[in-house]
Design a protein. Structure first.
Lengths: 114, 111
């Protein structure tokens, strides 16, 4: 079974600082990978997705993620944090042999300090 | 542009009561999913459906039943609610190789 590990359940940064949220997956085959964001009392919204077309994926709101097969990682970054980025972020991977079921990480809560 | 709509948004039940959560999507997606979200646990798949008339168990199916009589609707039922089922429930839908689209969730408390 697939697994997704998000290192750090809580990350705190200052406004304007680099955001780095870590995600590692377990898979012998390059899967589809996703980052979702959840604002308080809302559902999950897609930030970006990796589908093997390019290793550096750009998403909405200035976020991007780089797929590194050798490290089985798909870390999410943003050069300069904004207060509105405060939310919970989930990494997800498609199941091997399935192109629709996802396994989610436990989430990382991002706090942005003024 | 409704997307995925969940009904109700909030509900409080007593232990042993039953209820049904409704999910409706207007994107003509084949696949639909029910998740529960608990603090520190991420999202866990309860049941899913790969098409009208089909359902399958996910990671945490016990205590829940589902039905997909129409392509656009996916119902989640709790026959005899237990306090351990207090959670936020999310419905999602997707097509093959496409991201899942989520509803805004149903907050369910069981006393």
């Amino acid at each position: 079974a697939q697994s997704v590990t998000q290192l750090g359940s809580h990350v705190s940064v200052s406004e304007g600082a680099l955001v780095l949220l870590r995600c590692n997956y377990s898979s012998s085959v390059p899967p589809y990978l996703f980052w979702y964001v959840q604002y308080p009392n809302q559902g999950l919204q897609l930030l970006l997705k990796y589908t093997s077309a390019a290793t550096l994926v750009k998403g909405i709101n200035g976020f991007e993620a780089e797929f590194k097969k050798s490290e089985t990682s798909f870390h999410l970054t943003k050069p300069s944090a904004h207060m509105s980025d405060a939310a919970e972020y989930f990494c997800a991977v498609s199941d091997a042999g399935s192109n629709y079921k996802l396994t989610f990480g436990k989430g990382t809560l991002l706090t942005v300090n003024p | 542009n409704a997307g995925v709509t969940q009904t109700p948004k909030f509900r409080v039940l007593k232990t042993g009561q039953s209820m049904t959560l409704l999910c409706a999507q207007d994107m003509n997606h084949e696949y639909m999913y029910w998740y529960r979200q608990d603090p520190g646990m991420g999202l866990r798949l309860i049941h899913y459906s790969v098409g009208e008339g089909t359902t399958a168990k996910g990671e945490v199916p016990d205590g829940y039943n589902v039905s997909r009589l129409k392509k656009q609707n996916f119902l989640l039922g709790l026959e005899s609610a237990a306090p351990s089922q207090t959670s936020v429930y999310f419905c999602a839908s997707s097509d093959s190789n496409q991201p899942q689209h989520f509803g805004d969730g149903t907050r369910l408390s069981i006393l």
